[in-house]
Design a protein around this ligand. Structure first.
Ligand code: C5P
Length: 227
């Protein structure tokens, strides 16, 4: 089944400390944003991309799309102060039934097999998200005192893509907006409307480029994948 991907790209990347949008930082002489878009440009199941961007960055991004021959971008919409608002802008711009993926523009290493699995699962059940089982021991601590050790066999670290039938995501987004609810991912707003969200096992290398260390890891990953 085919899908459309919504890509929030309107962050500022304060934790990266670059002083500009971290998506413009380069890995192997190509902007992170382009690495991510290329994944979907090359996937024949991807019908189109909708990006949310900062208004002042629109010209830079338009130029990049042209320079790197990215052809599937259907719209660049204005992002918001919070990631959820940037995604909501993409959702409003789409308005078409079918499967939509929401994917952080800052995750260039997503694997094709995971995309396929997410699209299949969302087509069947309506909602599916990528994640990996936590590797560390997780504890709850209050005022510096350990209160509890959580059973990690059921704990997942959540990534993007997150895949939904459009109608489900639209309803969830409208409800969150109307009620002023701010989630940290799309699944949270979908869980709130009572839809079961399925876990799809992803890979540990689908990292989000957030801090300087992530860039180092990114360089190594790229080198490894080229071999
Ligand atoms: O800041 P963080 O890396 O968690 O952001 C994840 C993704 O969401 C990035 O691709 C970033 O550009 C995007 N974002 C956005 N609008 C915001 C904040 C983040 O589109 N207000």
């Amino acid at each position: 089944e085919s899908y459309t991907v919504l890509l929030p790209a309107a962050g500022s990347g304060n934790r990266m400390g670059a002083g500009f949008n971290k998506l413009f930082l380069e890995l192997d002489e190509k902007p992170i944003l382009i690495h991510t878009l290329n994944v979907f440009e090359k996937d024949s199941a991807c019908d189109g991309m909708i990006l949310s961007v900062k208004e002042e960055e629109r010209p830079i991004i338009e130029r990049m799309l042209e320079q790197y021959s990215i052809t599937k971008v259907k719209a660049l919409v204005e992002g918001g102060a919070e990631r959820q608002q940037s995604v909501a802008a993409c959702i409003r711009a789409h308005q078409t039934d079918g499967i939509v993926l929401v994917h952080d523009a800052a995750r260039p290493f997503i694997r094709q097999e995971v995309i396929v699995s997410l699209v299949d699962t969302a087509s069947k059940y309506g909602a599916a998200i990528a994640g990996v089982l936590v590797k560390d021991t997780i504890k709850v601590a209050l005022d510096g005192i350990v209160k509890e050790t959580v059973d990690r066999s059921k704990l997942w670290t959540i990534q993007t893509p997150q895949a939904f039938r459009y109608g489900i995501l639209k309803e969830a987004s409208d409800k969150a907006e109307a009620e002023g609810f701010l989630g940290t991912d799309e699944s949270m707003i979908v869980e709130r409307i009572g839809v079961d969200v399925r876990m799809v096992e992803s890979t540990y290398d689908n990292v989000k480029m957030t801090t300087k260390e992530d860039l180092l890891f990114g360089e190594v990953l790229l080198k490894h994948r080229r071999q």
